[in-house]
Design a protein around this ligand. Structure first.
Ligand SMILES: Nc1ncnc2c1ncn2[C@@H]1O[C@H](COP(=O)(O)OP(=O)(O)OP(=O)(O)O)[C@@H](O)[C@H]1O
Length: 225
């Protein structure tokens, strides 16, 4: 389970101070599929970055599977991210210089998984995302849908507890978008917790719960039954 208490995030630049998160308290249970929605600038990506241990809050608590991480230094957060969290982004964020296979293998290299095991797991993940036939291609040689399927293969290769997705269908046509959403649903059915930022009411329909943000605050939470 992850839990935040009164999370705040203030960005300070030379001219302005922006309160991106203004007291967010929420709990996400293991195995939940949660969508985060709200207008542009309301703090969705900022919240996802903090939940994903990519950034620290300015104030408040964040309990990540029993560990208080709000003030944890980057080095320790990176350690905790590895193997626990998989990321899927709107712009795919694959490494252009690496092949499809190498992109997917990367999290296992960071985890120091032995070579034979790496190969087995990376291939299984690619197989599952129907990307084995493109394993030696580079990201720029792939369609958007194929890039996102590769990114999902990379996100799940280390069997993380949680997948964080920031507008995962934002750059895809509707048929590729549907495929990505079905893959996320399938992973969730197998027990992976999913937290997804989206503008799409269609995509949020895949979630069990929708958290609506406005001006850095939770305004409503709707449960789908
Ligand atoms: N690194 C930063 N430095 C300064 N201000 C920032 C930074 N990151 C975000 N902000 C500000 O914090 C607020 C929330 O931004 P955030 O990206 O979380 O919104 P969002 O809801 O994800 O928006 P969108 O739907 O447009 O992606 C915005 O006003 C933004 O300008």
């Amino acid at each position: 389970m992850i839990k935040t208490v009164n999370l705040q995030k203030v960005f300070t630049t030379e001219e302005v101070e922006t309160t991106a998160l203004n007291g967010i308290s929420l709990e996400i249970q293991d195995g939940e599929f949660v969508a985060i929605m709200g207008p542009s600038g309301c703090g969705k990506s900022t919240l996802l970055n903090i939940l994903g241990l990519l950034d620290n809050p300015s104030l408040g608590e964040y309990h990540f599977y029993g560990t208080e991480v709000a003030k944890m230094p980057e080095r320790s957060r990176a350690q905790l991210r590895k193997g626990n969290i998989g990321f899927v982004f709107q712009s795919f964020n694959l490494i252009d210089e690496l092949t499809v296979y190498e992109n997917v293998e990367l999290p296992l290299l960071y985890l120091k998984v032995p070579a034979a095991d790496r190969k087995k797991r990376a291939e299984a993940s690619l197989e599952r995302m129907n990307m084995m036939h493109r394993r030696n291609h580079f990201p720029q040689q792939l369609s958007g849908g194929q890039q996102q399927r590769t990114a999902i293969a990379r996100a799940v290769v280390a069997t993380p507890k949680m997948i964080l997705a920031d507008e995962p269908t934002g750059n895809l046509d509707s048929s590729n978008g549907e495929q990505v959403m079905n893959l996320l649903r399938e992973l969730n059915n197998e027990g992976t917790t999913i937290v997804m930022v989206t503008h799409s009411p269609h995509d949020s329909g895949f979630a069990h719960r929708v958290i609506n943000l406005f001006d850095g605050k939770v305004v409503t939470e709707n449960f789908h039954v």
